[in-house]
Ligand binder design. Structure first.
Ligand code: CA
Length: 229
């Protein structure tokens, strides 16, 4: 489970500690010392998760979280708030910040990693290494293996990510641009029809075992993974 995590924290020692532990756990990190700096970074790339300090100079952590949740472009990014013990912690529970979780300083690296994993699993199941199994398909992110009806399926890296996303977000319709954001990442500039090309490849790979019906076209809207024809 390698996620891109943005750490917004003004205290260098804590920033360093967080970065060290996140990288040890296999994550990629981006660092900002203030909300203003973080806003600039979000224009370049969207992280999978934000670790956000409550007490920041300038725009506070709470205000930053509110702004992210009010913006369609950033509102889906999970946020874990970092607070000091005591008063802040009580306040944060009372405030409707939109944070997905909060953790109290000082925290153990183990606890932090467990919280991160839980939030990612809830908000972005395709970020975790948990195997997924639906409709006769089994996809295992850690071994990078897919089987259909017990038989191995060969997939390219893009088809693998695409299938992983669709399986972890089954029974929902995804537009081409949503799939581009989720599977290709928003920093890559590719055309909508690229999605169609990879969907076609994915279906072809599933044809041998008759599982291509799982990848459904929803006319005028996009694609959906569904066990129901
Ligand atoms: Ca601080």
């Amino acid at each position: 489970m390698a996620a891109n995590i943005l750490v917004v924290e003004d205290e260098p020692a804590i920033q360093e500690l967080l970065t060290f532990n996140l990288q040890q756990a296999g994550h990629h990190t981006l660092n900002a010392a203030s909300a203003e700096q973080a806003f600039g970074m979000l224009r370049e790339t969207l992280p999978d998760l934000i670790l956000l300090d409550w007490m920041l100079p300038g725009v506070s952590g709470i205000e930053f979280a509110r702004r992210l949740k009010a913006d369609a472009y950033t509102k889906a990014i999970p946020i874990i708030m970092l607070t000091a013990r005591g008063e802040e912690q009580d306040k944060i529970v009372g405030f409707d910040t939109g944070a997905d979780d909060y953790i109290t300083k000082p925290f153990s690296p183990r606890e932090l990693m467990a919280r991160i994993k839980a939030v990612l699993r809830r908000r972005a199941p395709q970020m975790t290494d948990d195997p997924v199994e639906t409709g006769g398909l089994r996809l295992d992110p850690s071994s990078h293996r897919v089987t259909a009806g017990g038989k191995p399926v060969e997939l390219g890296p893009t088809e693998f990510r695409l299938l992983h996303f669709l399986m972890t977000h089954a029974e929902r319709v995804h537009s081409r641009s949503q799939l581009l954001d989720q599977v290709w990442g928003n920093q890559v500039f590719v055309e909508d029809r690229t999605v169609d090309v990879h969907i076609r490849r994915l279906r072809r790979a599933l044809e041998d075992t008759g599982h291509e019906f799982l990848i459904q076209t929803v006319r005028g809207s996009g694609y959906r993974f569904s066990e129901h024809a």
